[in-house]
Each structure stands twice: as structure tokens, then as C-alpha cells.
Ligand binder design. Structure first.
Ligand SMILES: C=CC1=C(C)c2cc3[nH]c(cc4nc(cc5[nH]c(cc1n2)c(C)c5CCC(=O)O)C(CCC(=O)O)=C4C)c(C)c3C=C
Ligand SMILES: [Fe+2]
Ligand SMILES: [Fe+2]
Length: 338
């Protein structure tokens, strides 16, 4: 029997970057091998990069990164924070889409990782096996980058390339300037600062970096981060000096987009800034880069350089503001479907 098209469920698939299965060198190596072999991520000739990656980068990096993952692993759930939070976002969105749903089609929500597990293949085929013929893919990157947004699209297209009966797809566009995103960031920053036992002298918005060569080649990522930063400053009513911008997570020796987060923070401490708050608006979920690189490493650097009070604002995660944002985006993109 064929389900009438209008009554068939609609699928929503949240997509984030990916993460290892365990905080151990073997698992981290497997994950990094998949991630860093993606030509959208490292744009070097394969003949040169593959031996360097497998011969030098992975043996060194897997060991070091496994220790970093161990420091932030969610022990209660025995899971990576990124996967645990993305799962909670999917569960929360499913609940929200159940209540107040209008029309005949139920909305089913799942999540997938671009690299590692649960795979995009499993996410797509899982929704299809539950009857979804129309699927909204939501890459959870507010700012577009070929290394994140485009590679998710590429991977989905490759998976569909192997299907006889394809679902109909929609993709969430980048939402770096969406008022719902900016409002969610501003509310979470205000609430985060109000809950502190100190008043910050400076706030810093630290975005994940990108190789400068990718931006020079036309990637709009840096401009979109700058636009989010400007809109957030306007929403908060603060100046460029009160809310600074920087880029973190540099990987490799090439130049990445600047200013680098570590340099900005060390300079602030040397200038005499004692109380600092750091937020990471480009990440939808807390992960290695926010919990360890900012929450542990950057905190130590600031305190060692003379800073006295340091606080990190959590990502939007599955909190009220974050979930309201995901629901707003999903409902908007599902118009005419659900
Ligand atoms: C938010 C957007 C992201 C962009 C843009 C991005 C680009 C990018 N990243 C690397 C290299 C690494 N990134 C790593 C971790 C990582 N990156 C993002 C997001 C973006 N990356 C997230 C959410 C995470 C955390 C994953 C987790 O498991 O918690 C890592 C791995 C960690 C490590 O070993 O230090 C690397 C490596 C490149 C090269 C790049 C752009 C070209
Ligand atoms: Fe990254
Ligand atoms: Fe990092």
C-alpha cells in the first residue's frame, strides 16, 4: 500500500561535524583520518597530503587529541559532548514539532554527523525507512564554509547518488544574520553575564578559524562571522572594544584568518584586562573546541598572563534559547510541507 503523499511523515535531520567514538587514540585517529582526508577541509594535493596525514599528522595528533577529548568526555553518558548535545537537540526538536503541529504530516527528527557516527547514510535511510519522502537537512553551522556546510551537502548528494528512489530534500541556509539567531545569542550572553560573580571588562566572540587561503579563494565564512559579530554588538548595545572578535582552532602551519583568539586574549591580559568573558557563537553545541580549547587552555593562558577572572558562556546547545532558534528555523524551512 502506498501512503498518500500529504499524510507521509516529513523528516528533519540535524547535522553537525563529527566526533570520535571514544577518547582514545585509535578512535580519535579513525575520526581524524576521515575528517582530514576530506578535500573540502584540507585543500592540498592528495599525492602530497595523504602520506603526510597518515605518516606524520595522525600519529602525533591522535595521541594529543585523545588526551584533550578525555578531559571533556561526558562521563555520565559515556559520550562525546558534541554527540550528546546534538542528540538532545534532536530529541528536543522532535518534542517541539509534535506539539502545535498543524496539517496532516507528522515531523520526525533525527541527527547525524558528517564524519564518524551516527553517519549521514544511517540518518537519511533511517528517516526514509520510517516513511519520510521529504527531508529537511539542517547543517548546524550558522556561518557558511565550504569546509563545513558544502561538504555536508556533497556527502548527502553522494548518498542520494546511490539510490533508485530518492527523497525530496531541502537544506537549511546559513543563518548568520537571522534575527532569531542574533536574539538567541544576545539573550544567552546577557543571562550568562548576569549569572557571574563579576562584571567583565571585555567580552570576546571567538569563532572557529579557517585557512586564509580558503577565504582568499572566495569563502564567505569570515565575512559572515564579522556580520554576526556586528549584529550581536548592535543587539547588545556594546562597542567593538567591549565585545571583541577572534578566530580559534588553528590547524597546521599555514596562515589562518586573524586575529587569533590566543593572541587577542594574551594581549588583553598584558594590557591589564583582569576580567574576561568568552563566547563561541559559531558553534551550535559545546565540543572539544569550546570546552577544552576555550574552557581549559585559553582560561589557563589568560590567568598565566595576569588575568584574574575568566568565564566561558556555553553554546546555545539544547537550552531554551537554542531550542527556540532550532524550532523557528525548522518551521520556517518546512513551510508548505508540514
Ligand atoms: C564551526 C565551524 C567549523 C569550521 C569552519 C571548521 C573548520 C576546520 N576545522 C579544522 C580542523 C579541526 N577541527 C576540529 C574540531 C572541530 N571543528 C569544529 C567545527 C568547525 N571546523 C567542531 C565542532 C569541532 C569539534 C569536534 C568534537 O569532536 O568536539 C579538529 C579535531 C580536534 C583536534 O584534533 O584538535 C580538527 C583537526 C580544519 C582544518 C578546518 C577548515 C579547513
Ligand atoms: Fe574544526
Ligand atoms: Fe582545537
Amino acid at each position: 500500500m502506498v501512503t498518500p503523499f500529504d499524510a507521509a511523515p516529513i523528516g528533519v535531520l540535524l547535522v553537525n561535524l563529527g566526533t570520535p567514538d571514544a577518547p582514545e587514540p585509535q578512535a580519535v585517529r579513525r575520526y581524524l583520518a576521515e575528517f582530514l582526508s576530506d578535500p573540502r577541509v584540507v585543500e592540498l594535493p592528495k599525492l602530497f597530503w595523504a602520506p603526510a596525514l597518515h605518516g606524520i599528522v595522525l600519529p602525533l595528533r591522535a595521541q594529543k587529541s585523545a588526551q584533550a577529548y578525555a578531559a571533556i568526555w561526558n562521563k555520565e553518558l559515556n559520550d562525546s559532548p558534541l554527540r550528546a548535545i546534538t542528540r538532545a537537540q534532536a530529541e528536543g526538536l522532535a518534542e517541539r514539532m509534535r506539539s502545535g503541529a498543524s496539517g496532516a504530516s507528522p515531523v520526525l527528527v533525527d541527527f547525524a554527523m558528517r564524519y564518524g557516527a551516527p553517519s549521514l547514510q544511517a540518518g537519511l535511510t533511517g528517516l526514509m525507512s520510517r516513511g519520510c519522502e521529504r527531508i529537511l537537512i539542517m547543517p548546524l553551522y550558522p556561518q557558511y564554509a565550504a569546509a563545513t556546510t558544502a561538504t555536508a551537502f556533497d556527502a548527502v548528494a553522494r548518498i542520494l547518488g546511490g539510490m533508485r528512489r530518492q527523497p525530496t530534500l531541502r537544506f537549511l541556509p546559513p543563518y548568520f544574520d537571522d534575527p532569531a539567531y542574533i536574539d538567541a545569542l544576545a539573550s544567552s550572553l546577557r543571562a550568562g553575564v548576569a549569572a557571574l560573580d563579576f562584571e567583565p571588562e571585555v567580552m570576546l566572540a571567538s569563532f572557529h578559524g579557517l585557512p586564509r587561503s580558503q577565504v582568499d579563494a572566495g569563502d564567505p565564512y569570515k565575512a559572515q562571522c564579522e556580520a554576526s559579530w556586528r549584529l550581536l554588538r548592535e543587539a547588545m548595545g556594546v562597542s567593538e572594544r567591549q565585545l571583541r572578535l577572534s578566530f580559534q582552532s588553528r590547524f597546521g602551519r599555514a596562515k589562518w584568518i586573524e586575529p587569533y583568539t590566543t593572541e587577542v586574549v594574551k594581549a588583553l591580559a598584558r594590557e591589564g584586562v583582569k576580567r574576561l568573558v568568552v563566547m563561541t557563537p559559531g558553534f551550535s553545541a559545546d565540543c572539544l573546541e569550546t570546552l577544552e580549547e576555550i574552557g581549559l587552555e585559553l582560561r589557563d593562558e589568560f590567568l598565566q598572563e595576569g588575568g584574574e577572572k575568566f568565564a566561558r558562556i556555553t553554546c546555545l546547545n539544547d537550552g531554551e534559547e537554542g531550542m527556540r532558534l532550532l524550532e523557528t528555523l525548522a518551521r520556517r524551512e518546512l513551510q508548505g510541507w508540514a
